[in-house]
Design a protein around this ligand. Structure first.
Ligand code: EPZ
Length: 418
């Protein structure tokens, strides 16, 4: 699937944010912790949500969907299904591992392979579950985990503040015997959202959003309902697109407290970002250079490094970006160079020399955030840009092209064969 973009038009108007992909996926996974009904409302209409719901059904859960609402009842779980297609398509499938192990005392899940942004091991997930008493081995590309007698609370130190490991271990700890402490836990708002649901399900979780998390295990959890938080990465993406296109947009539903690092950097680059009762108002201005390093929350999010790089291609002066979260997340630089950008990558650092113009051409997205970066570049380039790989973008952005069209962008989706 391709997206054709006629560049040079400012974005103006209002955009309604979707709820967060990276909140919805762990919220859905936590339904495996109980046999009672867990309902997630306001789900974003994205492929990763469909994938997660299919994975839950493959594991034996009953899923009923009504519009943006999904209810899951994981009564008779079944580990005999093939999880590889889901794990291959979506690494967040690994978030089923902790809940299955905690609920059943066993789990079987394909080991995730690599992906375009790095090797993304899950050693911290495995190390934490082993500390809680699980025996985990790799057989035929599948993780086979058993915890005879169930999991036991443990003190776990994460070598890296891994979002997924924090979520997996927090969920597993809810049904473990005794208390679990997770030190150097990730602090993302999506983790706080997950802790809210777990608490509604009867779990005892303290310190979510801080780097020291404590969970007192319970014998069982009950059903509950929740909505994912607004998607701060979608909000940040639209904020940077507006700043790059000298637009004037109200981002309805955006939470300033989830975006402080991004707002700071956008203001350094010459944008005006003003909190509004309904969200955030963003106005673009002449673009200036800035430097940044990606970090875990509340630092500048790695998921916005690619769109930020695209914006800085048009800023006056040179900028230095350091990607300190993933080891291979600069692949969009080569595609931006095809549009006339001047970017030098050296290991984890990229130097972007601002240019007066970018030129539309055909480019290819390797992952969803690189896709967002290329769309941003196409919006502010001269002429027509054709972005290949919209199937990646659709995994995590709900109707991004439609939202941009409503803001005045001139773009058209088409099949490659058209
Ligand atoms: C989550 O991925 C997000 N995905 C990612 O969003 C996001 O980029 C990432 O967190 C960082 O914020 C979801 O929430 C579904 P990590 P996750 O574990 O949990 C290393 C997007 O575009 N690591 O925090 O996989 C890892 O290699 C996606 O929406 C280990 O070494 O990220 C990476 O370098 C992309 N061992 C770093 O930690 C482990 O066991 C951070 O990874 C786990 C992670």
């Amino acid at each position: 699937m391709l997206l054709e973009i006629e560049g040079g038009r400012p974005l103006k108007g209002e955009a309604e944010l979707s709820r967060a992909k990276n909140a919805a996926l762990p919220l859905l996974a936590s339904s495996l912790l109980t046999e009672e009904e867990v309902t997630i409302r306001e789900l974003p209409g994205i492929r990763d949500v469909d994938n997660m719901l299919c994975l839950l059904e493959t594991l034996g859960a009953t899923v009923t969907r009504e519009g943006r609402c999904a209810s899951v009842r994981a009564v008779a779980l079944d580990l005999s299904g093939d999880s590889y297609p889901f794990v291959r398509a979506m690494r967040a499938s690994v978030l089923a591992l902790g809940p299955l192990l905690a609920r059943l005392g066993e789990a079987r899940l394909a080991l995730p392979g690599g992906c375009p942004i790095g090797s993304r091991p899950i050693d911290l997930h495995i190390k934490g579950l082993k500390a809680m008493g699980a025996c985990i081995r790799l057989e035929d590309g599948e993780l086979k985990a058993v915890a005879p007698g169930g999991l036991t609370g443990a003190n776990i130190y994460l070598d890296l503040p891994s979002v997924g490991a924090t979520e997996n271990l927090m969920m597993a700890a809810c049904l473990a015997k005794g208390e679990t402490r997770i030190e150097n836990a990730a602090r993302e708002p999506e983790i706080v959202n997950l802790a809210q649901l777990l608490t509604r399900m009867g779990a005892s979780v303290h310190g979510a959003g801080e780097s020291s998390l404590r969970v007192e295990g319970r014998p069982r959890l009950h059903g509950a309902q929740i909505e994912p938080i607004p998607d701060r990465i979608e909000a940040g993406t639209l904020l940077l697109m507006t700043a790059a296109c000298r637009g004037d947009v109200l981002l309805r539903g955006a939470k300033e407290e989830h975006l402080s690092a991004v707002i700071q950097k956008a203001q350094e680059c010459g944008a005006y970002v003003l909190p509004d009762a309904a969200g955030l108002r963003v106005r673009g201005g002449p673009l200036r250079q800035t430097d940044l390093r990606t970090q875990g929350y509340p630092g500048f999010p790695t998921d916005l490094q690619a769109p930020m790089m695209a914006l800085l291609c048009r800023a006056q002066g040179s900028s230095i970006l350091v990607e300190s979260v993933f080891e291979n997340r600069f692949q969009h630089a080569a595609e931006l160079r095809r549009m006339g950008a001047q970017i030098t990558v050296r290991g984890q650092a990229a130097v972007v020399r601002g240019v007066r113009r970018l030129y539309g051409t055909r480019v290819a997205a390797g992952d969803l955030r690189a896709g967002a970066a290329l769309i941003l570049a196409g919006l502010c380039a001269d002429g027509r840009t054709v972005v290949e790989g919209m199937e990646h973008v659709d995994r995590g952005y709900e109707a991004l092209d439609e939202k941009l069209r409503r803001l005045g962008a001139k773009l058209r989706r088409r099949e490659a064969t058209e």
